[in-house]
Design a protein around this ligand. Structure first.
Ligand code: UDP
Length: 320
């Protein structure tokens, strides 16, 4: 197959490129390097079945050519990372909504299947843990910048599903829960690379809030395996799927585990949310996916546990 990956130089996109190439497919990447990095795909540059273009998906004539050249599209290009979202809400909203509009419209002209990456952020302040795909999304106030991300991604989901219902464009929507592994940068606020870098440098590990909030961290290799299975499965079309781990850990416990595995003397400090992000910042106390839907369709079971992930991230940052 020929796969077009928007945002293919990003953390997840680069791992997805690796996986498709390993399977024998041909990969086309478009990325404007706004949050992605050429370093993520440097090892693929000489690969005969790998092609990349550094440009925005908003360059429509170029994107139309790439859509023509490919059989399926994985739309990962987006503004991500809570820190970036809080600092640049205009960019977040415009990138996330407009890029998806363009990708779906061009894909529709040639009826090419599209997988749209959404996020667990869309569950917002919902307390119906574990989150099911058909559960209510509970958005916070529009005065709180964080929720613009959830809202922009929810619009992407509506649009992808509407293209399927109304125009019979085959689309699949995935809600990615916290996805981690080598190549993820801490630059946009993601907690695991941030803690690992802090611990290795002997700097304090900055736990935001009380640290009692929980997350489930999925290994990027497991997540891209799930994306590929969903794209291969005809019955995934027109559906939304959670993808992630169900191993729940508090952020304070995560900091302790990073400290232990890096054998670091760093202290763990609590930083109020207002200081870490912005005044009135709202976090979700628990975020756990119900993965029974994807498990029933394609047999998804994450294989790598948190300690295994942390070891890989530590090895990545220590060059071991
Ligand atoms: N977090 C933290 N310290 C950091 C970065 C993040 O305590 O240096 C917390 C953050 O407030 C959230 C959790 O770790 O509760 C996960 O944050 P991340 O940005 O990785 O992903 P999110 O789940 O917020 O999308």
């Amino acid at each position: 197959m020929r796969i077009l990956i928007t945002g293919g130089a990003g953390f997840i996109g680069s791992h997805l490129s690796d996986a498709y190439l390993e399977r024998g497919d041909e990969v086309f990447v478009i990325d404007d390097l706004s949050t992605g990095s050429i370093g993520n795909i440097a090892h693929l540059k000489e690969h005969p079945r790998f092609h990349y273009t550094i440009d925005t998906v908003l360059n429509q004539p170029l994107l139309a050519e790439l859509v023509d050249a490919c059989d399926v599209i994985v739309h990962l290009a987006a503004a991500v990372g809570v820190k970036l979202i809080v600092e640049s809400p205009v960019r977040t909203i415009e990138t996330n909504v407009h890029c998806t509009e363009v990708v779906l419209a061009l894909a529709n002209k040639k009826k090419k299947k599209v997988l749209v990456a959404s996020t667990s952020e869309v569950y917002g302040l919902s307390e119906q843990v574990p989150f099911r795909e058909d559960g209510n999304l509970v958005m916070g106030a529009t005065t709180k910048g964080r929720w613009s991300y959830a809202c922009s991604k929810a619009i992407d989901e509506f649009l992808a599903l509407a293209y399927w219902r109304e125009k019979k464009l085959p689309t699949v929507v995935v809600r990615l829960f916290n996805t981690v592994g080598p190549r993820q940068t801490g630059q946009y606020g993601m907690v695991i690379p941030t803690f690992v870098k802090q611990a290795l440098a002997g700097r304090p590990l900055t736990v935001y809030g009380t640290g009692e909030q929980t997350r489930c961290f999925g290994y990027v290799g497991d997540v891209v395996g799930a994306l590929i299975k969903l794209l291969d499965h005809p019955e995934a079309i027109g559906h939304v799927f959670n993808i992630g781990s169900t191993e729940e850990v508090s952020i304070l416990e995560l900091a302790r585990r990073v400290k232990e595995l890096t054998k670091s003397d760093s202290e763990i400090v609590l930083v109020p949310y207002d200081e870490a992000y912005e005044e009135g910042f709202e976090d979700m106390p628990r975020r756990v996916p119900d993965t029974s839907k994807i498990n029933a369709l394609v047999g998804f079971q994450p294989e790598i546990k948190l300690d295994g992930i942390l070891e890989q991230v530590i090895a990545y940052y220590t060059g071991r």
